[in-house]
Design a protein around this ligand. Structure first.
Ligand code: CTP
Length: 428
């Protein structure tokens, strides 16, 4: 059980804070809402109090009886502080250390991990002033959860939307907290949460508790990610492809950007939007992917998630005609991008590959790690509907052995992996 001090800022996304309180309560957490004057234009104290089953604090002067619940005590009675939605104004005040109302005073007084989930117009989010404020806050250990891309209430399109409440909670809650403090049974049973412990909409977050903590920060690093399939042309209209959707790689790129990394995402042909804050390079073939990866070096870490075709075809320059009968395709080996990086003069400090296997998962993955010169291999069993699906089950294979990271949504696993990577880079 976690005690969340929830600061609700003044934006249209404030209504999602109400939904988040409901979810958090159903998961057994305590929520103490603090509503800013702006927030009170969008949701009422009564709504938040009813959902939180707690008093709602709105003004510094509510707390004038310092012996009962002063602002210092209120800011420290929680396990964590979540600002949601965090407006551009709130982020600026936090960065500047302004304390001119209850919310900002609590933020200055707290000694607990602080999370901010910004939501605002795309231009405000992309403004240099907001970017500088976010960088300042991240450098101080505040975890700023990247807004998602989409249509905005103001009619514009772009990054700035608040992620869904379940998504934010999965970011914020410490490992294990989503299913109750220290609930080892949920992890020991392969991460499966019982229906009693959590509603279905948050079961994925429960199954794979993200290990994010304040201070897990990738600012100042360059992270290179490959994702998706490659297409190897047979002729001008036909290709050899595979079932990779690119989702796991895109989620990893998004998670790294959310922790402040500069992210280069080299993507094969996929139908996915570019995650906020990620520089994307689209390629088609394995040869093009290798060239784009080498051009993006140096990088502090490379996470190669792409399902690269092992073979390319000696393609016909003209369309193969049916009348000529079934073609005899001649194959040639593609470069192995992971193995190339493994022996590259600019090898990233942390080189991470994936191993898609249908049998002998851990043994094959361990052999692949050594053969390709990678530090980590994420082994995933692709005998089910993993390729193209929304969930995954990963095992982390390192020099020290194998560790089950559990099953969960690709997003949750991406955050677990990127948090681990951030800690490892920091230790090195
Ligand atoms: N990979 C790569 N370049 C290739 C093939 C694979 O960079 N030409 C990378 C993948 O991105 C992944 C890892 O190597 O990180 C393992 O991919 P996988 O397809 O499982 O391995 P293969 O070497 O193709 O081995 P096999 O198909 O025999 O299992």
């Amino acid at each position: 059980m976690a005690r969340i001090l929830l600061i609700v800022g003044g934006g249209i996304a404030a209504f999602k804070a109400a939904e988040m309180i409901r979810l958090a309560r159903r998961m057994g957490h305590e929520v103490t809402p603090v509503l800013t004057a702006g927030g009170a234009h969008f949701v009422t104290p009564m709504t938040l109090a009813a959902l939180a089953e707690s008093p709602v604090y709105t003004s510094l002067w509510d707390l004038k009886d310092e012996t009962e619940m002063g602002h210092i005590q209120l800011s420290r009675a929680a396990d964590l502080v979540l600002v949601c939605p965090a407006t551009a104004d709130l982020l600026a005040k936090m960065a500047a250390g302004i304390a001119d109302d209850l919310a900002t005073t609590l933020l200055l007084a707290t000694d607990k991990p602080v999370f901010a989930a910004p939501a605002m117009n795309v231009r405000m989010w992309l403004h240099e002033a907001t970017k500088a404020n976010v960088a300042t806050l991240r450098a101080r250990g505040v975890t700023v959860i990247e807004p998602v891309e989409g249509a905005m209430a103001c009619g514009e399109y772009g990054p700035g939307r608040l992620p869904e409440p379940a998504e934010i909670l999965s970011f914020v809650l410490p490992a294990g907290a989503a299913s109750g403090e220290g609930d080892r049974s949920a992890q020991a049973s392969g991460g499966k949460a019982s229906a009693r412990e959590a509603p279905p909409s948050v079961a994925v977050a429960t199954a794979t508790p993200p290990a994010l903590r304040a201070g897990e920060d990738l600012s100042g690093t360059h992270i290179l990610v490959t994702a998706g399939p490659t297409h190897e042309p047979i002729d001008p209209v036909r290709v050899i492809a595979n079932r990779s959707s690119g989702r796991q790689g895109f989620d990893i790129a998004a998670a790294a950007a959310a922790l402040g990394a500069r992210v280069t995402l080299v993507a094969g042909p996929v139908a996915l939007p570019t995650p906020a804050g990620v520089a994307r390079i689209d390629v088609e073939t394995a040869d093009e992917m290798l060239a784009a990866v080498e051009a993006a070096l140096p990088a502090d870490a490379a996470i190669l998630v792409a399902a690269v075709a092992d073979w390319k075809v000696e393609a016909s320059p003209t369309k193969l005609k049916k009348d000529a009968g079934p073609p005899e395709l001649r194959f040639a080996a593609n470069p192995d991008i992971l193995a190339t990086l493994g022996r590259h003069p600019e090898r990233p400090a942390l080189l991470v590959g994936f191993a898609a296997e249908t049998d002998n998962l851990l043994a094959n993955a361990a052999a692949k790690r050594v053969r390709k010169g990678a530090d980590w291999i994420l082994a995933n069993d692709v005998s089910g509907d993993v390729m193209g699906g929304a969930s995954n089950h990963l095992h982390l294979v390192t020099e020290a052995g194998a560790e089950d990271l559990g099953a969960g949504s690709k997003e949750a696993l991406a955050r677990t992996l990127v948090a681990r990577l951030a800690r490892t880079l920091k230790d090195r």
